[in-house]
Design a protein around this ligand. Structure first.
Ligand SMILES: Cc1ncc(COP(=O)(O)O)c(C=O)c1O
Length: 391
């Protein structure tokens, strides 16, 4: 390199998974055949009509140019109809909806739009690592707030009420929660809306898991009275529609917030390929029976992953949503060496919960995005190892 790195890169490390997956690729290249239960990237394809829509749209000569910064009107309409159907929430199609190239980019746009260097951001612990990384990239300061395991991983109100929030501008929340799978109650959302309104904090809800194994009616933050004034919601087609690699997400909320995000986004990308937008419309219109069929597969896999957790002595909740099982490791174990031992000795990768924050230091996360034959193989490998782990 002939120039130094930007200062902001001194504050962020390469994304954990980006590093770990490199290690796994090396193990695989050495012939070790690692079973990767680490990543929440759905392994099943979207509904067939979604792929047909992409290929039809890609065949149209006029569809290859730049697209509108706010997405096509047809996609915004499909999103608005989907919000009404799934969450019972009515949004203004033109002003309160912004299609995104994945929700991860939305986390960055929101941070760019509303944070100045030195501002503070409340980040759930445990939680998705993207919130803290992005916060640091824009020169703001992540402040972890604990979720309470004794209260189904809802925010620890005693902690929140004890901190100085003068410099806090954004609070991230995410339910169904990753990595724990915990669900939020309407009461939790309502209390968060009131708290953020009083403190003048922008409440950002990240909602990509509401369509997967959800034992409750899917819940949007916007269903809470007053939420539109203080809150934004990210959503995604990555998980529930099995389109992670397509990069389609959305931001919904008050038009003033959306306009600010467009101000950032329009300086970064130049719209989303029309074929992907047309396919996303199909995906949003897929029948509930399609989602039920996917859930059937995930349910079966979850029972197997729970069996695997039993074998390694981990305890887990069963009334959860999303693509993971979150297991509490046996007393006296250190989580990174626990997970590393399983990787090295059984060639099964599960994620040490510390990656998601200090509160994850007694937990591991295993994904359901793996074919059942591979999960069964992982179980067999662990069975062979079981005696040594317990020793
Ligand atoms: C909680 C959470 N938010 C956001 C994302 C990013 O999703 P997308 O593919 O829409 O960028 C993920 C992906 O794993 C996630 O788990």
């Amino acid at each position: 390199m002939i120039i130094p790195l930007a200062n902001r890169l001194q504050k962020v490390e390469e994304y954990y998974f980006s590093k770990k997956l490199q290690e796994i690729r090396k193990m695989n290249a050495a012939g070790l055949d690692v079973i990767n239960l680490g990543i929440g990237s759905p392994d099943m394809p979207p509904a067939p009509q979604v792929v047909d829509a992409l290929s039809h749209s890609a065949g149209q000569p006029q569809n290859h140019g730049y697209q509108p910064y706010r997405g096509t009107a047809e996609l915004r309409l499909a999103i608005s109809q989907w919000y009404q159907q799934v969450y019972g929430v009515v949004l203004d199609t033109d002003r309160q909806i912004l299609p995104l190239i994945g929700s991860k980019e939305g986390i960055f746009h929101i941070s760019m739009a509303f944070l100045n260097p030195g501002d503070k951001v409340l980040i759930p612990d445990p939680g998705y690592p993207g919130y803290a990384g992005t916060t640091k990239l824009v020169g703001a300061v992540p402040v972890s707030y604990p979720l309470d395991p004794a209260n189904n991983w809802q925010p620890d109100w005693e902690f929140l009420d004890s901190i100085d929030t003068d410099q806090v501008r954004i609070m991230w929340i995410n339910y169904p929660h990753m990595p724990t799978g915990a669900l939020a109650s309407q009461q939790t959302f309502a209390r968060l809306v009131r708290w953020c309104e009083n403190k003048r904090i922008l409440l950002c809800h990240d909602n990509p898991y509401s369509l997967i194994l959800n034992p409750q009616q899917p819940l949007s933050l916007h269903a809470i009275p007053g939420a539109l004034k203080v809150g934004l919601e990210l959503n995604s087609l990555s998980k529930g529609h099995q389109m992670a690699g397509w990069r389609v997400g959305m931001l919904t909320g008050n038009s003033a917030y959306i306009d600010a995000v467009v101000q950032v986004k329009s300086n970064i990308d130049s719209g989303m390929f029309k074929g992907i937008q047309d396919a996303a419309i199909e995906a949003l219109q897929v029948a509930p029976t399609w989602h039920q069929a996917q859930d059937g597969v995930y349910k079966h896999r979850r029972a197997l992953v729970q069996q695997l957790m039993d074998l390694i002595g981990c305890r887990y909740e069963t009334n959860t949503a999303g693509l993971f099982v979150w297991g509490k490791i046996p007393e006296g174990q250190e989580v990174v060496s626990f997970a590393d031992r399983i990787l090295q000795e059984a060639r099964v990768f599960i994620v040490p919960g510390l990656v998601f924050g200090d509160q994850g230091n007694q937990y591991v996360r295993a994904s359901l995005c793996v074919h059942e034959t591979r999960i069964k193989e992982a179980i067999n490998r662990i069975k062979k190892l079981k005696n040594t782990i317990e020793a």
